[in-house]
Design a protein around this ligand. Structure first.
Ligand SMILES: *Cc1c(COP(=O)(O)O)cnc(C)c1O
Length: 430
């Protein structure tokens, strides 16, 4: 073995010369695309550092608080850093927000009252939101509290049905929820500009409607965010983009001061709001993760573009395609067979830094109507800013994959997925 030769090291780590060279040929064509992604990351990196400097982030911000967590300097400073980065009046960034669904639920429950109506003008929301809203009957849903819900489907081409949206807005409509990322659907994800046009339209019909954006997987993909184009509230998960891979838990809500405050009364308690909530030592990870987030998102974007181009070249349908602009970090690849989905996921797992020696198998996950296979060798459980993939075991046999804390690792993971497919003769690299 020649030390220092990358192809040899790849080979030692399970990547055949054919797969390696195929990957190299694809990567070569992506130079300009990657430069664009680098430029955006540079802008976003500055944006975050500017907010940190302006708010005088200091070592004392990293001290843990306990108990009630009164006057937690780190927590209060971090929330101001988020607010400034996303150009909002206020922010709630907390380890007590357990995940993205919880952040969205807190924002909804905090701002809706019995008799109000919630509208989704972009079709069905993310699976877990169905139970929050009560689209699927569920204990404790908004529906149980007398909050009604309406949904307007997207047009066939994935754009907004402005006529139907106009008809759906009524005297009860209090809040509109817009999901930026397609999540695990096959509709397109929306650009920030598109979301801006939708918000402008909604407000032209009813100016006091609260427009909330589910920004999960969207942070730092573009140089502007939904709050730059009129969103009153925006929420997401810290084990996705803004946690930068370092946040071990958490969610955020940013937006207008009164709306964020309403959410805080739901998160903690009426009367207490943002004033309580010990941080137990997570502040440093939150700050440092947010600092790293623009470059981590950059790696995840390069991974998504690389995978799209690899599998597109091999003849598989990919969403988004290899050339389209990106609005989130998710890549769907339709492999067309159960064996393909399993091989892909096992490759991602085998390429992980953690739990690389286990082989994931499809299983009956609660809440899904078919078996699902999931690959994640992550430092933080369920973290999908880390390289991860999952696929429902049903036609069209697509895998959804996302993340990658470093581009170098993501590249290896994707080559590993290709290796597994090649070993089973499910692809031909010729
Ligand atoms: C991940 C995600 C959520 C929910 O986040 P969890 O952290 O899994 O609860 C909501 N909406 C979208 C678009 C997501 O991608």
């Amino acid at each position: 073995m020649k030390v220092g030769e990358i192809e040899t090291l790849y080979q030692e780590m399970g990547i055949s010369p054919e797969v390696f060279r195929f990957g190299e040929s694809i990567e070569k064509q992506l130079k300009e695309r990657f430069e664009e992604i680098d430029k955006r990351a540079e802008y976003n990196q500055l944006k975050v550092v500017q907010a940190m400097q302006k708010n005088r982030v200091c070592e004392a911000c990293f001290y843990p608080s306990s108990g009630y967590g009164y006057n937690d300097l780190g927590r209060e400073t971090l929330e101001q850093v988020y607010a400034d980065t996303f150009h909002t009046e206020s922010a709630l960034v907390r380890p007590q927000i357990t995940c993205g669904t919880h952040a969205l639920a807190v924002a909804l429950f905090g701002n809706l009252r019995p008799g109000d109506e919630l509208l989704s003008p972009v079709g069905k929301p993310y699976d877990t939101l169905e139970e929050v809203i009560g689209i699927r009957p569920s204990c404790g849903s908004l529906a149980e509290y007398g909050v009604t819900y309406r949904q307007v489907e997207l047009l066939k081409d994935g754009t907004f049905d402005y006529e139907k949206i106009r008809e759906a807005i009524n005297e009860k409509t209090k809040m509109v929820t817009i999901q930026r990322s397609k999540g695990y659907l096959t509709r397109p994800s929306f650009s920030v500009e598109q979301i801006g046009r939708l918000i402008t339209f909604v407000k032209s019909i009813k100016p006091d409607v609260i427009c909330m954006v589910d920004n999960c997987y969207g942070e730092f993909v573009d140089v502007i965010e939904p709050t730059d184009v009129g969103a009153d509230l925006m929420a997401g998960s810290l084990i996705k983009n803004p946690g930068g891979g370092l946040a071990p838990i958490g969610g955020y809500i940013v937006g207008k001061k009164d709306l964020v405050e309403n959410a805080s009364y739901r998160l903690t308690s009426p009367g207490l709001g943002k004033e309580v909530g010990a941080t137990l030592g997570v502040n440093q990870a939150f700050f440092q993760g947010f600092f790293l987030a623009p470059t981590v998102v950059k790696s995840a974007l390069k991974a998504a573009v690389f995978a799209a181009n690899i599998y597109e070249r091999l003849g598989f349908p990919v969403i988004p395609d290899g050339k389209e602009p990106r609005q989130d970090i998710i890549q769907a690849v339709t492999l067309g067979t159960p064996e393909g989905v399993i091989a892909f996921c096992q490759g991602i797992q085998a390429g992980s830094p953690v739990d690389s020696y286990v082989a994931p198998e499809p299983w009956d996950m609660p809440g899904y109507d078919s078996e699902v296979i999931m690959a994640a060798g992550a430092f933080v459980q369920g973290s999908s800013i880390e390289l991860s993939a999952d696929g429902p075991m049903k036609p069209p046999y697509a895998v959804y994959f996302q993340g990658g804390l470093t581009w170098e690792h993501a590249k290896y993971g994707i080559l590993m997925s290709l290796q597994k497919l090649a070993e089973q003769n499910l692809v031909s690299l010729k």
